[in-house]
Every structure is written in structure tokens, then in C-alpha cells.
Ligand binder design. Structure first.
Ligand code: ZN
Length: 461
């Protein structure tokens, strides 16, 4: 009875919040959780076939939504927190949105993005069949603490569910260091290419061997600390992946081929954009789909029907092309700025930084981010606009990076930031921002967009 009451109240609240024009991904779930502490376990127990978790620092939302899209393509029903509300309350909201008023759900699968720091809390209630790990980077240090603390927490929660299959990014030494003490069945995915991904000078958060502390030796760097690594002292090295991604570049196009261990599984995808994180997101999703015994044809159809979420390299046209991208930690920002720096057009770049709990209250990560990347193409950048609650920290960071003060504009509101992007003479505009600024900015851009269609492509989050 308490459960039904909790679900009814949550459903009414979600409807009211939506009526008021807010998204409210968490509030219904929060209320239900307060009234009924085992509600997540109860929902989880109703999923008929498999429950999949996607966790890690970057790439969760995109990877999870691709997996969801493939499951739907295979003809199965699936519950998914598609907008990326990934705390326990967000997961509960996703179930409530798909449940009857009595809390019954009819789903073959649940495909859930789970915040890496909340994994332990969630796994008390739900033991997933598969966990997909994307990567572990430094992110919101005040909440996640250092990588080692986070890895230990993840390890502890995994020990409570030893039947769970782990799908791990072989190119991330931090994640791979988890494996030794874990008895789980593990599969690995990794990128097989000698192509330079341009990450040589970027943030490498974890280049020391987790076993003996020596510096890792890399044959190739791809993204953050991801690459082909080996510890010459103790022998810790990148495992041979079960799922391998091969990359073929031609003019304007990048083709990604994912090959499974049994060579019958092969999927070829044309990538819209030349960025490394989309490769990893796609590789992780395809590998998970292959583990779930989907055919290459189903996987391809699923990827084709996949639509990225708000603010993932989302394109607008308001007098000029404007790209909006969510970036919330050093590696995410570096990857976004890499894309900006590859654009030869004259541009204005606006950077928004907030410090609400969902963004991380500590903004020291600005100093771990390589904003100097922008200086390499400074002659094509007409103006740097900064906004958000921590605009002055951001302005200071850009000054230290070497940005000319005459090109730097500090504005107070999101409206002013968008206005400045529009009125500055340039061929294109980029707006990079962290989480709590995303939806307000997107709303303004959407309202003024001249093209009916926006054309988002996959992103890092
Ligand atoms: Zn070592």
C-alpha cells in the first residue's frame, strides 16, 4: 500500500513539474524513495530479462542511449534513464515514468546510466547482469574524491554482485587495475590504431602503474590516459581486447569497424565527426550489444536510430552555425576544445562554468584543463566570452593561459552570453558549458534557431 501511494504521489508530482515547464528528472523519484526505501529493488525485480548499467566518468549518456536504441531495434521493451538522471532517484523516476499507477512495469530490459560514485548505493538494491565501464577520469573532486578512492568504492560494490559480467575499457589503465582482485567474468574492448589522436599534451590523469607506482610506458595515446600502455617494471599491461575497434580515415569521413572475438561479429559505422570519445562510446555500446547476442544488422539499425541528447555537440543556426556542447571535467573540456581548434573558421567561443552540487562546487579542475589548446588557434578566435557563477575564475584561467584581455568578455547572464555570441562578427560560434547551465542555454538557442532541425552528434557525456 505504501508503495502504491509513493508511486501515485510521485506520478502526480512529475506531471505537475512538467506542467510548470521544468524537466524534473529526479524529484518524483526522490519523493518515492523517501516514502518507500526498497522501491528500486522492487522495480528491478520486475525486469524480465537483463539489467545493464553503464558507468564511468565520461560517455555514459551517449553509450547508454546507444545500447537502449539497439535493444529497441531488437524488438524488446526497455526502461532507460535517457536524459542522464543517474542518481538512485533518477533511476526510480525512469521506472515510475514507465509503470502503471500500481507500480507494475512490463519491460524485457532495463538499461541504466549510473553515476560512478552512486554505484555502491544502487547496487544494494539492483544486481545488474552486465556493467559497462567507460573510463575513470578526475571529475568533481569534492564529490568523487581522487581516482583511487573512487576505484576502491567501485571495487567494494562489485564484490557484492559476483555474477555480474564486466565490460571494461582495456585502454584505461585505471579501470583495468580493478580486475586483479575481482572474480567476475570480464570482457574488454579497445581501440586498435596507430593513428595519432592528438592527445599527446592533454590531461593524463593516471599514467602511473596502480600496481607498482612506476610511470607507464605508452605506445599510443588516444584520449586522456587511454591508450596502449605497459609497465616495464611489473609487467602490468593493456589486456588484449575481446572487441576491437579499427579506424579508417579518408577525406571528410571516418569509418569505425568493430570486430568481436569470433570474427563473425563485425560492424562498420560511418562516424559523423572526427572525435575520439565518440569512437569509444560507439565501441562500448556495440560490444555490449554483441555480448547480449545481437546480430551486426540489429546493432547497425540501432545505431542509426540513435539520437543524441540535448547539448551533445548540438548544432543551431542563428545567423551563423552555433555548436553547443556539455563539458564538465578536464578531459571532456580538452576533447571539446580539440574539436573547436580543428575548425578553421573565424569563431567566438563562450565558456560557462557553474558550481552547483550537480556541477561540483570545487572548480579547481579549471586549472587541470588545458585551455592553452585554444591559444594555438587564437588568430581564428574573435572573442572569448565567459559566463556562469564562476565566470571570474574562468576569466582568470584564460588570462593565465595567455588570452589577450581585449578579446575577453565577462557577462552576467546566459542571455548576455548568447547575445554576445550572436553579435560578435565571426563565421561560427561555440558554447561550452557545464551541467546546470546546459538546459537554460539550450532553451534560448532553440527558441531563436532559424533551422527547424538541429543536428546533434555524439558527445563525451
Ligand atoms: Zn607496475
Amino acid at each position: 500500500m505504501r508503495r502504491i501511494l509513493a508511486i501515485m504521489i510521485a506520478k502526480i508530482t512529475i506531471a505537475l513539474v512538467k506542467l510548470m515547464g521544468h524537466r524534473g528528472s529526479n524529484i518524483g523519484g526522490e519523493l518515492a524513495l523517501r516514502m518507500c526505501s526498497d522501491i528500486l529493488a522492487w522495480f528491478g525485480s520486475q525486469v524480465k530479462d537483463k539489467i545493464i548499467f553503464v558507468t564511468g566518468t565520461n560517455g555514459k549518456t551517449s553509450t547508454n542511449n546507444m545500447i537502449y536504441s539497439i535493444i529497441r531495434e531488437s524488438g524488446h521493451s526497455c526502461i532507460c534513464n535517457r536524459l542522464g538522471a543517474n542518481l538512485d532517484s533518477g533511476l526510480i523516476s525512469a521506472f515510475i515514468n514507465n509503470s502503471s499507477i500500481f507500480g507494475h512495469i512490463d519491460a524485457d530490459y532495463a538499461c541504466l546510466e549510473v553515476d560512478e560514485a552512486s554505484l555502491a548505493k544502487v547496487m544494494v538494491h539492483i544486481k545488474p547482469h552486465i556493467i559497462v565501464f567507460t573510463n575513470i577520469f578526475r571529475d568533481q573532486l569534492d564529490r568523487y574524491s581522487e581516482i583511487d578512492v573512487l576505484l576502491n568504492r567501485i571495487k567494494k560494490s562489485l564484490k557484492t554482485s559476483q555474477d555480474t559480467v564486466l565490460l571494461i575499457n582495456a585502454d584505461d589503465p585505471s579501470l583495468v587495475s580493478l580486475e586483479a582482485s575481482l572474480p567476475h567474468v570480464k570482457y574488454y574492448y579497445g581501440v586498435e590504431t596507430a593513428a595519432d589522436m592528438g592527445s599527446e599534451d592533454m590531461a593524463k590523469d593516471s599514467v602511473f602503474c596502480k600496481k607498482c607506482g612506476c610511470r607507464l610506458h605508452y605506445d599510443h595515446y588516444y584520449y586522456g590516459q587511454l591508450g596502449h600502455y605497459v609497465c616495464k617494471k611489473c609487467g602490468f599491461k593493456r589486456p588484449i581486447p575481446d572487441f576491437k575497434a579499427f579506424i579508417q580515415d579518408s577525406e571528410e569521413k571516418r569509418k569505425l569497424t568493430v570486430v568481436g572475438k569470433d570474427k563473425n561479429f563485425k560492424v562498420e559505422v560511418d562516424m559523423d565527426i572526427n572525435d575520439t570519445y565518440s569512437i569509444y562510446n560507439t565501441l562500448a555500446a556495440v560490444s555490449c550489444a554483441a555480448l547480449m547476442k545481437n546480430t551486426p544488422e540489429t546493432v547497425l539499425c540501432g545505431l542509426e536510430s540513435y539520437r543524441p541528447q540535448v547539448g551533445r555537440m548540438e548544432k543551431f543556426y542563428i545567423g551563423k552555425p552555433i555548436t553547443l556542447n556539455l563539458a564538465k571535467n578536464p578531459v571532456g573540456f580538452n576533447e571539446s576544445m580539440k574539436i573547436v581548434s580543428q575548425d578553421e573558421n573565424s569563431k567566438i567561443i563562450a565558456i560557462g562554468v557553474n558550481d552547483f552540487p550537480q556541477d561540483g562546487c570545487d572548480v579547481s579542475w579549471l586549472w587541470d584543463t588545458n585551455f592553452e589548446i585554444l591559444l594555438e588557434v587564437d588568430d581564428t578566435i574573435e572573442n572569448y566570452t565567459v559566463f556562469g557563477r564562476r565566470r571570474y575564475d574562468m576569466a582568470l584561467r584564460l588570462k593565465y593561459a595567455g588570452v589577450d584581455e581585449n578579446k575577453l568578455t565577462v557577462v552576467d547572464t546566459v542571455f548576455d552570453a548568447v547575445d554576445n555570441v550572436l553579435k560578435t562578427k565571426s563565421d561560427v560560434g561555440y558554447i561550452l558549458l557545464n551541467y546546470s547551465l546546459l538546459f537554460d542555454t539550450q532553451k534560448i538557442l532553440k527558441g531563436r534557431n532559424e533551422d527547424d532541425k538541429t543536428h546533434p552528434v555524439p558527445s563525451v557525456s
